[in-house]
Design a protein around this ligand. Structure first.
Ligand SMILES: C[S@@+](CC[C@H](N)C(=O)[O-])C[C@H]1O[C@@H](n2cnc3c(N)ncnc32)[C@H](O)[C@@H]1O
Length: 459
């Protein structure tokens, strides 16, 4: 079957002989593939690629040894320019298919300055079970595998199995050095890895965060508390990786991996690292939310600020503000900034971020944005001149959209990580707003993910 185009979520489109659309993963437009149909509905089918019969002329050799097994960087077989072309196309398709709204000419997608080593945060897992590929399973036949542990990324869709990683191209050194040291050290000292079914094991998770200025934060999560073993390991780790500015640890004896309800202990350093975007600084601790591609976050925020077109007199609302970074970034152009975010800790971080950047005209509120944005709230804090909204993938709730329609701010800048839900919301806002500008921004090279910034102006 010839693959003709990309659809949403990184899936490709081919057709059955009767014309029915088939969604296929891991293919590229221009490929000819053999497909096994895994799901067949009235209007479409889904298929799994069995064999690449003729590769697309666009295909290139993936750069990573873990490609195809690890769940990340799935678009490495496409040149970056092609990835950008397909991402821009995806936004246009979603706007047309779901939004049905009048669109201005889309501005060219802003590609990521860094196409590798762009992530400022990576999380690895120690698992008592290494993931086995289909090739390994087939070769082994009925033979039993000896138990083998792994330090790396969860295999896609499998909560208990981990793909061992030797070199990851997503984060600059010392990340590979740190992870591989911990792998070798724990094996040499026979320290157990976490077993997700038995709920036992000493080594559990590893988080590494870096800044563009070269600071490095490491948080090691243990399934059990042993100060002696931990201290010996950390002394060696700091000796081989003196670049580590902050070394933390967490003891997690819960069933789930979340550290958000656990205490973080600082073993070495300040307990946080400091990222810089333009002249603004942001403290990042193990639990802090921060856009994962810092260089591109600066680009995204500049485009957002440009779309907002602030002149210093406006009341600016930053909805879904996280740790306040967009509002802080735009604060010099606004008379007053109001940030709203559901996670209380993020609001505490936003207040600290604003204070340390000397911003006295920003206020932050914790709670559900639709519940907070009442007429009375806008009455108290001032009618919005500009609203920046940056919701999660699910988009805005209909209640909030209705409230925005009622509030009639002259401008709304809608930043989205999911053009499908953004298109749905734009269709609702269409009754009062016209779309004046639209620009996709690539924050995640080698994945299908895309961010899209839209300027809406009151009709
Ligand atoms: C895409 S992030 C944007 C973060 C921030 N603007 C930034 O650039 O770092 C979406 C944020 O919305 C928050 N959020 C999700 N649902 C929410 C809700 N109902 N009310 C308020 N905030 C919410 C999430 O916690 C998250 O911080």
């Amino acid at each position: 079957m010839p693959i003709v185009s990309y659809a949403a979520e990184g899936r490709c489109i081919g057709h059955l002989p009767d014309g029915k659309v088939v969604f296929v993963e891991n293919a590229v437009p221009g490929d000819v593939v053999d497909v096994r149909i895994t799901k067949s509905k009235k209007s479409f089918a889904e298929g799994r690629m069995l064999r690449l019969v003729t590769p697309s002329p666009d295909r290139i050799v993936p750069f990573c040894e873990h490609f195809g097994v690890c769940g990340g960087c799935k678009w490495q077989m496409l040149p970056y320019e092609k990835q950008l072309e397909y991402k821009q196309q995806q936004v246009a398709d979603q706007m047309k298919r779901i939004g049905h709204v009048a669109l201005p000419e889309m501005e060219p997608i802003s590609g990521s300055t860094l196409q590798r080593l762009y992530r400022n945060k990576l999380e690895f897992t120690f698992s008592s079970k290494r993931f086995r590929t289909n090739e390994e399973l087939t070769a082994a036949g009925d033979a039993e595998f000896a138990p083998e542990s792994a330090l790396g990324f969860h295999a896609p869709g499998l909560f208990d199995k981990v793909v061992p990683i030797n070199t990851c191209h997503l984060q600059p050194e010392p990340t590979n050095k740190i992870r591989n040291f911990l792998r070798d050290y724990t094996r040499e000292h026979q320290l157990s890895y976490y077993d997700f079914r038995a709920h036992t094991g000493f080594m559990r998770n590893l988080m590494i965060r870096v800044t563009t200025t070269g600071e490095v934060l490491v948080n090691v999560v243990f399934g059990e508390d042993d100060a002696q073993v931990r201290g010996d390991m950390f002394a060696k780790l700091l000796a081989i990786a003196p670049e580590i500015s902050t070394l933390c640890y967490t003891i997690n004896t819960k069933w789930n991996d979340s550290i958000y309800d656990l205490e973080i202990h600082t073993y070495h350093g300040k307990g946080f690292i400091t990222e810089k975007l333009e002249d603004f600084t942001f403290n990042i601790s193990p639990k802090s939310f921060f856009q994962t591609n810092s260089t591109q976050a600066e680009t995204l925020y500049r485009i957002t600020r440009d779309f907002a077109g602030l002149n210093g007199s406006e009341v600016l609302y930053d909805l879904y503000c996280g740790t306040g970074s967009i509002g802080i970034f735009c604060s010099k152009g606004a008379r007053k900034v109001i940030g709203i975010e559901v996670i209380e800790q993020a609001i505490e971080d936003a207040k600290v971020n604003a204070a340390q950047n000397g911003i006295g005209h920003a206020l932050f509120y914790a709670g559900d944005v639709a519940a907070i944005c009442t007429d009375a709230f806008f009455e108290e804090h001032g009618k919005p001149d500009v609203i920046i909204t940056d919701p999660p993938r699910a988009g805005m709730s209909e209640k909030l959209v209705q409230q925005l329609l009622k509030m009639r701010a002259p401008k709304i800048v809608y930043v989205s990580c999911n053009p499908a839900t953004q298109a749905r919301d734009l269709a609702l806002l269409d009754e009062a707003y016209r779309i004046d500008r639209m620009r996709p921004v690539d924050m995640f090279p080698h994945t299908h993910h895309i961010e899209n910034v839209v300027l809406l102006t009151l009709r």
